[in-house]
Design a protein around this ligand. Sequence first.
Ligand code: HEC
Ligand code: HEC
Length: 291
Amino acid sequence: MKEFKILAIIAALVGITYYGIEPYAHHVMHPEVKAADFTFKDLKNVDTSLAGNTENGKALVEANCIACHAIESAGHPAMMPNADAAASYGVVPPDLSHSGRMYDKNYLANFIFDPVSAMKLSHKYPVGGAKAFPMPAYNWMTPQEIMDVVSYLQSVAPKVAEKDVNKVTYDAACGRCHSMSYAKFEATTPKDAIKAYMGATPPDLSQYIKSRKEHYLHGFINDPQLLLAGTSMPRVGLNEKAQEEVIAYMEEVGDSKKAERESVGLWVMLYTLVFAILAYLWKRKIWSEVH
Ligand code: HEC
Ligand code: HEC
């Protein structure tokens, strides 16, 4: 009877800790992160149901974008070395070869129309403020013209081999700001320039898969302001697949032993199980002699 009372007290204490205190502590220390929203429904300046004309898009891009952006896949190299581009614009304008593949279509169209609101940086670049965002807003283009540009960018995006795609997407989406030293990757914008431009140094992302975890990263890339209000990191409007590639790359680099670790776990449990059975049989043998 005594044993049952002790068991009941232990069960009650464990229950209170597990169901009463733990969820509360968890909810305070790790507030719930909203799932990423890949519809970008707050952006509605451009009617993205219009079918784009690739030929016209090509002319528009050549007239408006390649002065700043390389598009290697379409044969447009960068106009100047990275250090000079950073000195001119604050940050190296990314190569647009992969943008048609990795950005959400709605985000991309609305970004071209108004980069600051698409990136959710209006607090940093208020209308009429002293600082201007380095990329002009193409709000003078008609929605049809913007969709032509989007269609052209989609048409020049090369197919990337499965084994390389995670790194390629990371470099194209994050590489102008974030180094990844464990992969020997240096951000394209020089260190001092990027700090001056952003007002904060973008951290080296080698270990962020461990410190922030996948779920947080999904929410953060998709809407940084929601998780870190006032941060200078822009929203990066990746589609779901591209975002998964970026996070998979962070995991490949920062937690390369994950699969191995998880498979070892199974063997450890099996070992404990075999050991428990042996211990039980041994106990039975000893006690049978005592009785
Ligand atoms: C005066 C230079 C300049 C011109 C012209 C320009 N851009 Fe940009 N663009 C930039 C810079 C600088 C950035 C990076 C800004 C940042 O990360 O804060 C950028 C970023 C981008 C991005 C990345 C968006 C993201 O979410 O990461 C895309 C896509 C883009 N530009 C498309 C275009 C297109 C399409 C055109 C032509 C219609 C164009 N740009 C014209 C300077 C320019
Ligand atoms: C235009 C530059 C820029 C780009 C592009 C960019 N970031 Fe950032 N990022 C920053 C800056 C600056 C910070 C530091 C923000 C701060 O301290 O408020 C940051 C912070 C972060 C953090 C830390 C968040 C935290 O909780 O502390 C993560 C994770 C991150 N970025 C991931 C990414 C990923 C992944 C991409 C590509 C999909 C990306 N960033 C693209 C500039 C950038």
